[in-house]
Design a binder for this molecule. Sequence first.
Ligand SMILES: Cc1cc2nc3c(=O)[nH]c(=O)nc-3n(C[C@H](O)[C@H](O)[C@H](O)COP(=O)(O)OP(=O)(O)OC[C@H]3O[C@@H](n4cnc5c(N)ncnc54)[C@H](O)[C@@H]3O)c2cc1C
Length: 318
Amino acid sequence: MSVVLVSCGAGIDSGTEEALTAARALAAAAGLPLAWAIVGVPEDAAAALAACHGVARLDVLADTRLADAGPDLLVAALAGYCRQRQPGVVLFNQTAVTRLVAPRLAGRLGAAVVTNAFALRFADGALEVTATAFGGDTHVIYRLTTATRVVCLTTTTLTAEPAASAGPVVRETVAVDLDGVVERFRVTSAPRTEGPRLEDAEIIVSGGRGFGSAANYELVRQLAGALGGLWGGSRAIVDDGWIDSSRQVGLTGKITRPRLYIAAGISGASQHMAGCAAARTIVAINKDQDAAIFRYARYGIVGDCLEVMPELIKAARS
Ligand SMILES: Cc1cc2nc3c(=O)[nH]c(=O)nc-3n(C[C@H](O)[C@H](O)[C@H](O)COP(=O)(O)OP(=O)(O)OC[C@H]3O[C@@H](n4cnc5c(N)ncnc54)[C@H](O)[C@@H]3O)c2cc1C
């Protein structure tokens, strides 16, 4: 039995190191070897990371059709891989892609599956997984007793730490049989992705419904520009059409980890915080001193964002 982290995609997703750290801790506590299975991920970059994180074996799933695979091919490839390796725990760093793949893989394997997980440990022969539920408001502990368990980790509250000591990483190429697998998903349009990504931003200024109108939201863009950061917002203003969904921060939007997150006119709903709670410093501006956002903020300004923001823009520009 082993613990395996699975990564799929053209690059190394943010949160991968956090997931590797959690996978290593779980494997070490149970005395199990840690493997990392990659599909499409650049092999040399993964090997370097594997060496820092105490991965015993790097499994490279090899098939030309996996270079840019959709969910059908990924599920088939990973099911074949798991049948060969029989891991006890299959972990994913939760992304839009792995959220699609993990439950289907679990279905193929007859395995239990948990998504939105943020803590896991073995207890009394079961894998105990703590996850958020009901849009982030509730924490649930699941006890998984199937031979294989599939878990999607949300990594915003996890920290990445390299292993104190690490041995050599064995690289293995694993052949998978994709004969007869037909990809039924076709991407007909994708969100605009030009420019830097919110997920990678060091500074984010986000606005919420407290701005009152799309025109007032311009203040958010101006402050972000003055600070050399990116602008984002809550789902409420995406729904109202003020900004594009690619700018939404939160559970159903972008998961960010900036150094500085300024949240103006945002209430601090748990679903929003799921996308920014990992920020090193949160500054909140809200006219309601009891707003939930102040529970997360290091610095808080109780005031009208339409008055405070112009002052901040002036200060940032000078
Ligand atoms: C399954 C699910 C998933 C969700 N996913 C997300 C998600 O990914 N991201 C997300 O953001 N939300 C998400 N939501 C919605 C979330 O629950 C909240 O409804 C949303 O975040 C609220 O947005 P808001 O804070 O901008 O608006 P509001 O809740 O309306 O809050 C506005 C805030 O602005 C303050 N305010 C008003 N006027 C001013 C002023 N002039 N100056 C300063 N402050 C002012 C108010 O005091 C208030 O705190 C999700 C909900 C569900 C159920």
